[in-house]
Design a protein around this ligand. Structure first.
Ligand code: IPE
Ligand code: IPE
Ligand code: MG
Length: 243
């Protein structure tokens, strides 16, 4: 995005990306699906850094859903290996995190993930907790319904212990118990790969998000595509039910 384009627009504070199309990208090149995931991980690295350079405050990357465990074990193993590799790399490049000011946060059910991935993730969360430029939510073993269920269970516990009263539960009580507690809802949700669905991504938070779809497969997604999505978003009129 040129400086000129950047002037006079209000950037979305929070962008969510459903990183889809890795498998088809690989298939169209006669490669294994795991190669598509590897290429997708590289696109993630590029887009994450570019978002921070632009000055986006929050970016959420949907990397593995609660439903993706249905895939063949070999593919799941390959994806988990990519998470390990990325987390090791991110944990070892402190000066780069420092420079870009990236703060990492896992959104997703930790209890269902291999423990070594959770410990790598927690290390990265601790190591970047004081960074301020951009919060990167990594959605791994994430499902929007699972997240709401988690919030409801927390509330139920507080009602049982007498700390909350069922009649006074508010929307904020639900939001503040989601994995994204304290963060603004996504302004813009991007889904490449020609699919037009949320696939259980941020279903609570997306109530008033703007959507941007594209036929590009995620590994081919470039900073120019992110610019296009943002500039398109900036031309929209968000009414939130008003006039
Ligand atoms: C997204 O790409 C990555 C994950 C869901 C883990 P896909 O693997 O879903 O790619 P397609 O949709 O099969 O092309
Ligand atoms: C959504 O993609 C999940 C992620 C990108 C992590 P899927 O490929 O799992 O979604 P469906 O199955 O096409 O809805
Ligand atoms: Mg897919």
């Amino acid at each position: 995005m040129t400086q000129e384009e950047k002037q006079g627009i209000v950037l979305p504070r929070h962008i969510g990306i459903i990183m889809d199309g890795n498998g088809r990208w690989a298939k169209s090149r006669g490669l294994e699906r795991s190669e598509g995931h590897k290429a997708g991980a590289n696109a993630f690295r590029t887009i994450c850094n570019y978002g921070a350079d632009l000055g986006i405050e929050y970016m959420t990357f949907y990397a593995f859903s609660t439903e993706n465990w249905k895939r063949p074990p070999k593919e799941v193993r390959a994806i988990m290996k990519l998470f390990r590799d990325y987390l090791d790399e991110a944990n070892s490049r402190e000066s780069e995190n420092e420079k870009r000011g990236l703060r990492f946060h896992l959104i997703g059910e930790k209890s269902g993930l291999p423990s070594d991935i959770v410990s790598r993730m927690e290390k990265l969360e601790r190591g970047t907790a004081d960074k301020k430029v951009m919060t990167v939510n990594l959605a791994i073993n994430y499902g929007g319904r699972d997240e709401i269920l988690h919030s409801v269970k927390e509330i139920a516990k507080e009602i049982k212990s007498g700390k909350m009263n069922p009649g006074s539960i508010t929307e904020d009580d639900i939001s503040s118990r989601l994995f994204t507690a304290g963060q603004p809802d996504p302004d813009l949700i991007i889904r490449p790969s020609g699919e037009y669905r949320l696939s259980n991504f941020m279903i609570w938070q997306a109530a008033y998000s703007e959507f941007w779809y594209s036929d590009i497969m995620w590994p081919d997604f470039t900073p120019d595509d992110l610019d296009r999505a943002i500039l398109d978003y900036c031309r929209r009129n968000r009414r939130y039910g008003g006039v």
